[in-house]
Design a protein around this ligand. Structure first.
Ligand code: PBG
Length: 324
């Protein structure tokens, strides 16, 4: 006869609350936001419940998130014009620069993180500048990345989130920041970014799929975990303040391992496909949206993520607030 009866601890809600090991907190959550030149707020077809925000609507939606306790946003700009070099990435009146300036002015305490990449700004849709063979020109891309990074911090960004997976991206950005007296600005590195089909809804939303070739030649192979630890260590050595694993749900083992190995905070990005999956299935009433959302987020936290970037930010915050 076993004297252990785990169900004694599950009998009532107060008991379950008493012994719960992992809890979500609104403090952990970062909300991604898409900013555009459109003149009105439009829903994103592949990401129901997410919107393209025009510059004059973005403060309103951020204000609503902040009232729920969310203190960080990750901004993506969708430019009006694209070209081979992604020139709008360095335009001081580019979409992201304008958005950051406006948001910083209204919410000085908000943590403003900007995605630093080229893909939705270029006609070819790759994450860097291409050479004549159609491959990423590393040196040239890194130089432009420095200019882009500086234009974001000039506008008021607190953290830069380079997502292009070009070797040395963190080192080059850190150097540019330090040389321009921006030592106080941080880097949240997309250190461990897998070549994933789960970015599909995002690429559709911002029209950033590569026109030719594949991102598999620079994003990480889904079979690798030791390489993830190497990427994390390299980025920390180059000056990253926070290490990100992306996507989250198919890579919980990676989050767990990275958390064990590094002493920097670990962020996990619950990407567009993870969001859209829950949305689509619950729209069919095959799963409860709020419960599956909270369960996924809890799983990400339990695996070791200190920070969760999620399109469910507002909704999750509402539920967390109602429970406490
Ligand atoms: C840009 C970038 C991507 C995402 C974040 N930054 C797309 C990609 O790498 O293809 C994906 C985010 C998501 O799917 O939610 N490089």
């Amino acid at each position: 006869m076993s004297l252990q009866k785990p169900i004694r601890l599950r009998k009532t809600a107060p008991l379950r609350n008493l012994v719960r090991e992992t809890r979500l907190s609104v403090d952990d959550i970062i909300r991604p936001i898409f900013v555009t030149h459109f003149n009105k707020q439009l829903e994103i077809e592949t990401m129901p419940g997410q919107f393209y925000f025009p510059l004059n609507e973005v403060e309103k939606t951020i204000d609503a998130s902040m009232k729920l306790g969310i203190n960080g946003v990750l901004l993506f700009g969708i430019p009006e014009i694209r070209d081979d070099l992604g020139t709008d990435t360095i335009n001081e009146n580019g979409i992201i620069q304008q958005a950051v300036r406006k948001i910083k002015q209204s919410f000085p305490e908000l943590i403003i993180i900007t995605d630093v990449c080229f893909c939705q700004y270029t006609t070819h849709g790759h994450c860097g500048i291409l050479n004549k063979f159609g491959n990423i020109d590393r040196k040239c891309s890194l130089k432009q990345l420095q200019v882009q990074a500086l234009s974001h911090v000039d506008a008021g960004a607190d953290f830069l989130a380079p997502s292009c997976m070009i070797d040395g991206m963190v080192k080059y950005i850190r150097k540019a920041l330090n040389e321009s007296e921006y030592e106080d600005r941080g880097i949240l590195s997309y250190a461990i970014k897998y070549a994933s089909s789960f970015y599909g809804p995002f690429r559709d939303a911002v029209d950033s799929s590569p026109k030719q070739g594949t991102r598999r030649s620079y994003q990480m192979d889904p079979g690798n975990i030791r390489e993830a630890l190497k990427e994390a260590q390299m980025d920390i050595d180059e000056g990253a303040d926070i290490i990100m694993v992306k996507p989250a749900l198919p890579y919980l083992d990676v989050i767990k391992e990275v958390k064990k190995q590094v002493s920097s905070p670990v962020a996990a990005y619950q990407v567009s496909g993870e969001y859209a999956m829950i949305k689509a299935v619950s729209q069919k009433n095959w799963m409860d949206e709020n419960e599956s959302m909270m369960e996924s987020l809890l799983g990400i936290k339990r695996s070791g993520a200190d920070i969760i970037i999620t399109y469910f930010a507002d909704n999750a915050a509402r539920i967390i607030n109602s429970q406490s």
